[in-house]
Write a protein that binds this ligand. Structure first.
Ligand code: FBP
Length: 546
C-alpha cells in the first residue's frame, strides 16, 4: 500500500495513556448508580445491569490473567480515531495475557449477525495505528435490537470462543450494546459487552463521558477549511459563504467551529427551537447582518449552519412530521405521480397549515423533503441543502429591502457542506490519545470481568497522564423516550445547552462578530510541534471544564 510521508511518520506515534493504565490496574468501586431519569422503569428493564457502581482504575499489582478472545464492532458513521480504539483494545488485551486474540466483525453490527469477521493480528493492527477511517473492518448502521439477532450473534461468539464484545458507537449503538449486555447476562451466555463513545456529532456526553471521540478532529478539519474560506472572502470581498456543518440534530460542531473561527453568523438549532423562531426570523437575522456589513462597504461574510437546523424550526418540524407520516402510508401513490406534479400532490394531501409552509419553500428544498427516507422513515437531514435554502431566501429578502430603499449593497452567495471531509481525517493528538486510552481501558474492563459498562476517560483537558480511566454503567445514562410510538430505554442525547459555557461564549461575542471582520484562521491540524499547537482540546471542552 502506497503511503504519504506524513502517514509513515505518524505510524510511529505512540499514543499517550493515563498513568493508571500504564501498568497493572486495580479497581476502585464508587457508590451504586441510578439512571438519570425514570429509575423504576430502567431498573425493571435491566435487572442484571442496573445500579452497578462507577469504576475507576488506579495502579495495582501485576497479575497474570487468562487469555481472552475479544470481538469488536464499529457502528454507525465514521469518526477519526476508531482505529486507535481498536489498537488500544489489542494492546490492552495482550498486556493482560499475550495469548489473547481480537476478532473484528465486518461492516458494522451486521457482521456479528451474519457471521462475517476477521482476526485482527499484530501486523494488521500496526498498519492502522494513528490513521483515520474505519476501513480496518468497515462500519455499518444495522441496529442490534432483536433477540433473534442476539442469538445468531451468540452462535459465532461461541464458535470463536469470544468472551467479550466491544461496541464502538453513538448513543443508539451504546443503548443497544447495553440491551445486549443485559440479554447475555440474563441467559448466562458468558459474554461481556462494553461500549465506547464515538461520534463526530459530539452529542454523546454527560458528567462521566466528557466527549465522544472524533469530535475534536472533525471540528479542527472543518475549522481549518472555514478559516481558509474566511481568508479568501476577506481577500476578494465579494461573496457571502453559507456553510452547512454535519452534526445531525445537535449543533455542537457548528458551535465549536464558530468558537474556533469567529464567523459573522453561527446559527444554533437548539436556540432557534427554544425561541420558537420561524424560517423568516432566521432569514431576517442573516439579512440584517448582511445589510449592516454592506453599510460599512463589506459585501462579504460567513454563515455557519448546523445540519439539523431545519428540523428545529417549529413550523418545519410539524411539516416534516406530517410528511414522514403521510409518505409512510402513501409512498406508492406519491411515487406514481409524475415528478412535475408531485409538489402540488403533496399540497393537496396534507393539512392546510403544513401545505402553506410547504408551498413557501423553494422548489429544490420542497423536493428534498419528499425524497427517500432513512431506515426509520425519517427525512435524511444531511441531504437537505439548508445552505441553499437560506442563501436563496436571504437573497430574496435583500432584493425586497433594496426595492424599499432599505439596503444598497451587493449580495452574491456560495454554498458549502462540510461533513464527510472530516469524518475520516487522521486523528489529532487528542483523538489519537483519547481513542487509544478508551480502547486500552475497555480491555481492562474486560479483564475485570465487567459488562454493561461504557469505557470512560475523564479529566481530558489535563495532560493525558492525568486522565482518569474507568467505567460507567450504561444504564446510568438512560431515560425513557418515545421512539416509533413506544416508550424505550435510551441514552439521553446531549444537545447544545443554552445555559452552557460554550453557547454563552458565542452569545457574548456574536454581535461584534456579525458586524466586524474578526475572523480567526486555525490552520491545519498539527501532529508534530509545540504542545500549544498540537495538543489543544476543543474550545467546547475547555469552556465546559473551566
Ligand atoms: P453517527 O451518529 O453514527 O456517529 O453519524 C454521524 C453522522 O456523520 C451525522 O453527522 C450525519 O448526519 C450522518 O452521520 C450521515 O450519515 P451517513 O454516514 O449514513 O451518510
Amino acid at each position: 500500500m502506497a503511503k504519504s510521508a506524513l502517514q509513515i511518520a505518524r505510524a510511529a506515534y505512540q499514543p499517550k495513556l493515563p498513568k493508571a493504565l500504564q501498568g497493572a490496574v486495580k479497581i476502585q468501586e464508587g457508590a451504586a448508580t441510578q439512571s438519570v431519569a425514570d429509575q423504576a422503569d430502567i431498573a425493571k428493564l435491566f435487572p442484571n445491569t442496573y445500579g452497578m457502581p462507577l469504576l475507576t482504575f488506579v495502579p495495582g499489582e501485576a497479575k497474570e490473567l487468562p487469555a481472552v478472545n475479544v470481538g469488536v464492532i464499529l457502528s454507525g458513521g465514521q469518526a477519526p480515531g476508531g482505529h486507535n480504539v481498536i489498537a488500544g483494545i489489542f494492546d490492552g488485551i495482550k498486556s493482560l495475557n499475550k495469548d489473547s486474540r481480537l476478532f473484528g466483525f465486518l461492516m458494522g453490527p451486521g457482521g456479528l449477525v451474519d457471521h462475517k469477521y476477521m482476526e485482527l493480528t499484530a501486523d494488521i493492527i500496526d498498519e492502522y495505528r494513528n490513521t483515520g477511517g474505519f476501513d480496518i473492518i468497515g462500519s455499518g448502521r444495522t441496529k442490534l435490537e432483536e433477540t433473534a439477532q442476539f442469538d445468531k450473534g451468540l452462535v459465532i461468539l461461541k464458535e470463536l470462543g469470544i468472551k467479550a464484545l466491544v461496541i464502538i458507537g453513538g448513543d443508539d449503538s451504546n443503548t443497544n450494546a447495553c440491551v445486549l449486555a443485559e440479554y447475555y447476562a440474563a441467559i448466562n451466555a458468558g459474554v461481556q459487552v462494553i461500549g465506547c463513545p464515538k461520534t463526530i456529532d459530539g452529542d454523546l456526553k454527560n458528567e462521566m463521558i466528557e466527549t465522544s471521540f472524533g469530535f475534536d478532529t472533525a471540528c479542527k478539519v472543518y475549522s481549518e477549511v472555514i478559516g481558509n474560506i474566511q481568508r479568501d472572502c476577506n481577500s476578494a470581498r465579494k461573496y457571502w459563504h453559507f456553510i452547512k456543518l454535519m452534526g445531525r440534530s445537535a449543533s455542537h460542531i457548528a458551535l465549536e467551529c464558530g468558537l474556533q473561527t469567529q464567523p459573522n453568523i453561527c446559527l444554533v438549532s437548539e436556540e432557534v427551537e427554544a425561541k420558537q423562531l420561524t424560517l423568516d426570523d432566521v432569514v431576517t437575522e442573516i439579512a440584517s447582518a448582511v445589510a449592516k456589513r454592506a453599510e460599512n462597504g463589506n459585501n462579504f461574510g460567513t454563515v455557519l449552519i448546523p445540519e439539523g437546523l431545519i428540523e428545529f424550526i417549529p413550523a418545519i418540524k410539524k411539516l416534516i412530521a406530517e410528511l414522514n407520516d403521510y409518505l409512510a402510508h402513501h409512498e406508492e401513490a406519491f411515487k406514481a405521480v409524475p415528478a412535475a406534479e408531485q409538489r402540488q400532490f403533496i399540497i393537496d394531501n396534507i393539512s392546510k397549515e403544513n401545505a402553506e409552509v410547504y408551498a413557501s419553500l423553494p422548489e429544490g428544498v420542497a423536493r428534498q423533503l419528499t425524497l427517500d427516507r432513512d431506515p426509520h422513515g425519517n427525512v435524511q437531514v444531511s441531504l437537505i441543502e439548508t445552505e441553499k435554502l437560506l442563501s436563496e431566501m436571504v437573497g430574496k429578502k435583500l432584493a425586497q429591502w433594496k426595492a424599499e430603499g432599505k439596503y444598497n449593497g451587493k449580495f452574491a452567495a456560495l454554498g458549502h457542506f462540510f461533513g464527510y471531509e472530516g469524518r475520516c481525517a487522521a486523528p489529532s493528538n487528542f483523538d489519537a490519545d483519547y481513542c487509544y486510552s478508551l480502547g486500552y481501558n475497555a480491555a481492562n474492563l474486560i479483564g475485570a470481568g465487567k459488562t454493561g459498562y461504557m469505557s470512560s476517560i475523564r479529566n481530558t483537558t489535563a495532560p493525558a497522564a492525568e486522565w482518569i480511566a474507568g467505567g460507567v454503567p450504561v444504564t446510568m445514562m438512560m431515560n425513557m423516550e418515545r421512539r416509533h410510538g413506544e416508550m424505550k430505554p435510551v441514552i439521553q442525547k446531549a444537545l447544545v445547552k443554552l445555559d452552557g459555557a460554550p453557547f454563552k461564549k458565542l452569545v457574548e461575542n456574536r454581535d461584534a462578530w456579525a458586524v466586524n471582520t474578526d475572523y480567526v484562521y486555525p490552520g491545519p491540524i498539527q501532529y508534530f510541534g509545540p504542545t500549544e499547537v498540537c495538543d489543544q482540546p476543543t474550545k467546547t471542552l475547555q469552556l465546559e471544564k473551566a
